[in-house]
Structures are given as C-alpha cells and as structure tokens.
Design a protein around this ligand. Structure first.
Ligand code: NA7
Length: 545
C-alpha cells in the first residue's frame, strides 16, 4: 500500500469507487503509465451490481450493449445468456473483468473515503479514508456512482419493528430466505417493480405499500439465441459506433424495449380515434403505446397514451379496486425513469399479495409488528425498503470535498449541482466527476457514458502533461453557460413537466433543490461537444503552469 511522503504524492490518480467506472478508470490510467489507486467501500468490484442484489434485479439495457467496448478480446470471449442480464450475471462479468485485467491489486476494498481536500500550494488532493489513511494525488476521479446512496425515508417508529429490515440498494450477499415469511415492501419504483413478483413467489404473503403507481412496460426478456450472439460479436465494431453516436447509448440490436421487435415511434397518437386506440390496446397491450412519437413531446398526446395504459391495467387486473389503485394518474408517462418488468401486474392477481394504496391513507408509523397507515394496520415479519437513492449527488455529498480556499462542495452546490460538462466543477481543480450531473449519465447506457468520460479524462491528463500544465479547472462562466444549456434542452420535455416528481429532479429527497440534473441532449451530441472542447485547447477550462 502506498505511504505518504512529505514532498511527493503517493500517486498520480486517486479513483473513488470500483464500479464499472472505477474499474475502467484504473485499467485506462494504468495503461498510460499513471500510478493509480482505487478506494472502494465494498468488499469487491461491481458498484451498483455489487450492492443491488435484491431478488429480480436486472439491467434494462440489452446485455450485448451493456458491456465494455474497450477490449476486443473481452467482447469476443464473454457470452451473455439473456437479452437483458440479471444482477448475478453482470456481477460475474465485473469479476471476470477484474481478474482478466488484474485490477484488484490496485483497489483497496472496505475503504470509505471521508474527505478529499485540495491544497493550493502543492496542487495536490489529500484523500482521507474512514480508517484514517491518507493519500495524496495530483488528480482525483470520483467514480462514486449515481444511484449508490440508498434513501431510507424517515418514518416514525421505524426502529421499533421487531422483524428483519432490508433495503433493495444494500442487499445482503447471501440473499434473504423469504419462505414462510410475511413480507411488507415500501416503494414501487424500478427496484420494487422488479422485486415484487419474485418475492411474491417465495413469501407466504406480500403486502405492497404504494404511494405513486408507476408506468412500466413488459420486458419480454428471454435467453439470447446463439445465432444472435454470434452476429452481435461479428458486428461489435458497428454496434459500438452506433451506440456512441446515438441519443441514449442503446441502439436495440435486435431488441427494442419490450420484445423482439425494435419499434421506432413514427405515428401521432393525436391523429387516432378512441376506437382505434381501444383496438390496439386489445391487440398489443401496453406495448401499443410504443408506436407514437408525440407522446414524449406533447402533454395532451401523453395523456391519451396514459389512458391507453390505464385501460390495459384494467384488462390485466382482476380486482377492480386493485386495478384502480395501480393506475398512474396526474403525471406524464416518461417523466420518471422508464421501468420495465416481468409479471408485475399479474402478481397482483395472486392470492398472497395485498396492495395498499397509500393515496387512500398514508403511512403513519412503523410498529413492532408492521406498518400503521391511516387505513389500518398491516403485520409482517420482514420489511423491505425499495425506496430508492439520493441520486446523482448523494455520494459526492457524503464526502467532505473541499476545493480552493477550503470551500466545501456541499456549500457550492447548496442551490443545486453546478458542473461544466458534468466533468468538472469551478474551484475544484483536477477533480473529475464521472457521469456527473450535467452529463447524459442516468439518461443513457451507463457503460457507454462511463467509457466516454474516462477516455476524455485520460486524454486531458496526457494533454496537461504535454503542455507542462499542473492543473485544469472549469471556469465559472463556462459552468454558467453549460447549466443554462442543460436547463434549456430539458424544457418542454416530460422530464420537467410541472406535475413530475422524479429523482432526476431530486424530488424524492426532502430538502433537495428541484433541479433537473442529467443532460437530455444525447450521448452523441455530448461526446462531440466534449471532443470539440478538448480540440479547442480545453475551452471553458483554465490550465495552469
Ligand atoms: P425510485 O424509483 O426512487 O422508487 C422509490 C419508490 O419508493 C417510489 O415508489 C417512492 O414513491 C417510494 N417511496 C419513497 N419514500 C416513500 C415513503 N416515505 N413512503 C412510501 N413510499 C415511498 O427508486 P428505485 O430503487 O426503485 O429505482 C431507482 C433507479 O435504480 C431506477 O430508476 C433505475 O434506474 C435503477 P413516490 O414515487 O416517491 O411516491
């Protein structure tokens, strides 16, 4: 392990986090001859896929596309088994990558970073861990993840519950045996929607506490056909090129969301009649909505699609009151992160599943035996929080990050996150965020965005060295302009509709400023912008000798 000396840095780059971003950063920086130390809180690699081991956890991006592109042999040797991979397979892949590139020797596990402080005299970052170890480095790369700080809402009496308590975002390594248990689950976002069908199959009884019903599309996941995998491998270069130039880093090779057919929306729902829409719902169910382009752009069109959606919920759910409770209303489809599921609605037709619609009376407290709501008491043995994350800024906020003049990042970001390109923050030289606010990030295929960011940062470090520059730092003006642009492109989309309350906006965390954090412009446009900035001598950044 590196030891601090008084006049030389321990290392060139400290990377915080050994998820997919930290792993690639280590490989890339090491390949450039940069001494790199990764610090990771978990016991092993994988990040999101290390912590989110809840039953049913699965990626919503086709597996051939949700994979690293940086090594051609790696691409060829790994065989995905399903259209969209489940958590165990993705974690296995992460472990394979760590073994193959011998990553673990430069990763210190079980190590949480408490603080990262910039010293203006030496132009070094000093990073202190929870065990009191100190590292200094020229560069600090925060590969801390966007959905890595679980949100457990404060509910009266929650320490009184006598049974076991779990959070989907911090699931025990050995799993949880639900057989013979009555289970209560709070939350119906993606994690709830993925885990509810699986827990319902295992548990004696499952009570689902739903505050806001979600829009979710059937995943139609299936084993990957050998012939498809062969073709994908043969065409990987073209697939990757198309991903990089696309809107979200997913091109749906062979599979769009929701099945084998990749439907490109071209029609206008506002041009259809009620009878046509009804016929389509009867024929195609939820997936009928995919064909309409105006649903994402126009609130009236969106409401027509929501009506089709609710009609289908009514068709699937046997009990009329449960169907009504499961129907999303009053906010547009597409304002929250899209969810895809396997047997979600069908699960509510099971005898051992009860839905509690919290809109009819919310949670008042957690008792020794379960949950007390305004509509009555519900008892169970195991409580699962599927209540999401302090997204995008949560992990950075937990580290005491201080830039020039000892200014705290939390103070600088008090009114909401400020970045230039989601890569750097004015006043915090040589600190890089990966898939940070202001970049396509959570609106994109994370692996595509991660590779782009790390490649850009690596090139930036080499360019600095070539010019003999010590530091790089975003200017406040460039930051202002970028924030204005990020806000501009998010206007008039469903993401920022008045009625929308999503974690993209920080709306799930009490007291968090309402700011739309990711960049809607698309990964292709964004990549070009980043490259152009670098080509133009790092326009919007200040480089110091
Ligand atoms: P989400 O999408 O933030 O969902 C959290 C869910 O928890 C959502 O249904 C919330 O209801 C519910 N919630 C949160 N606090 C409470 C309280 N106090 N009472 C009742 N219900 C509550 O998190 P996920 O983990 O499902 O998904 C996050 C992302 O991970 C996902 O989008 C994918 O990108 C992967 P609300 O809607 O706030 O009324």
């Amino acid at each position: 392990m590196a030891q601090k000396t008084s006049d030389s840095p321990d290392t060139d780059v400290i990377v915080v986090g050994a998820g997919f971003a930290g792993m690639y950063a280590l490989h890339k920086f090491r390949g450039l001859g940069l001494r790199t130390q990764v610090l990771e809180a978990g016991n092993d690699v994988g990040g999101t896929w290390y912590w989110n081991r809840y039953p049913g956890a699965r990626c919503d991006v086709p597996s051939v596309e949700y994979s690293y592109s940086f090594d051609k042999d790696l691409e060829q040797e790994w065989d995905w088994t399903e259209i969209m991979a489940a958590q165990p397979e993705i974690l296995e892949y992460a472990n394979h990558v760590a073994d193959r590139f011998d990553l673990r020797k430069d990763i210190q596990f079980q190590t949480r970073v408490d603080s990262a402080v910039f010293d203006e005299n030496s132009n070094r970052w000093t990073v202190v861990t929870d065990s009191g170890q100190t590292y200094t480095a020229r560069f600090c790369v925060m590969a801390t993840g966007c959905l890595s700080v679980p949100n457990t809402p404060r509910i009266d009496g929650q320490d009184n519950f006598a049974g076991s308590v779990y959070h989907t975002g911090n699931w025990p390594e050995g799993g949880v045996d639900f057989s013979d248990a009555a289970v209560g689950i709070i939350g119906t976002g993606s994690s709830g929607i993925q885990s509810i069908p699986v827990i319902a199959e295992q548990a004696k009884h499952l009570t689902v506490f739903q505050r806001t019903p979600n829009y979710t599309m059937p995943a139609a996941n299936a084993p990957l056909k050998a012939e498809f995998l062969r073709q994908a491998k043969e065409n990987y270069a073209a697939i990757r090129a198309e991903q990089r130039a696309s809107q979200v880093g997913i091109v749906g090779y062979g599979f769009g969301f929701g099945g084998a057919e990749n439907v490109v929306p071209t029609q206008e729902i506002k041009q259809t009649t009620p009878a046509e829409r009804q016929r389509l719902v009867e024929e195609e169910g939820f997936l009928a909505i995919r064909r309409y382009a105006d649903v994402a752009l126009d609130e009236e069109a969106n409401e027509l699609a929501c009506e089709m959606y609710r009609d289908q919920v009514e068709r699937v759910i046997k009990d009329p009151a449960t169907a009504q409770a499961l129907m999303p209303r009053d906010y547009p489809m597409g304002c929250k992160r899209p969810v895809i599921d396997t047997n979600y609605y069908e699960t509510f037709n099971r005898d051992n599943v009860t839905l509690v619609d919290l809109r009819q009376g919310g949670i008042e407290e957690i008792t020794e035996a379960g949950v007390r709501t305004a509509q009555g008491d519900y008892a169970f043995d195991v409580l699962v929080y599927a209540t999401g994350f302090d997204a995008m800024t949560g992990a950075l906020g937990k580290i005491d990050i201080r830039g020039r003049e000892n200014r705290a990042l939390t103070e600088y970001w008090e009114a909401g996150p400020r970045t230039y390109l989601g890569l750097q923050i004015a006043g915090f030289p040589n600190l890089f965020t990966v898939t940070g606010p202001g970049s396509p990030s959570v609106l994109s295929n994370m692996i595509v965005s991660i590779e782009q960011h790390i490649d850009w940062i690596a090139r930036c470090i080499l360019d600095l060295d070539q010019r003999g520059a010590q530091t790089i730092e975003a200017t406040t003006e460039a930051e202002d302009e970028w924030i204005a642009h990020v806000n501009d492109v998010a206007q008039n989309t469903m993401f920022t509709a008045k009625s929308c309350n999503s974690w993209y906006l920080g709306a799930n965390i009490t007291g968090k400023p309402r700011i739309f954090m990711p960049y809607v412009g698309g990964v292709g446009v964004y990549r070009e912008k980043c490259d152009e900035v670098a080509r133009n001598g790092y326009q919007g950044f200040e480089l110091s000798a």
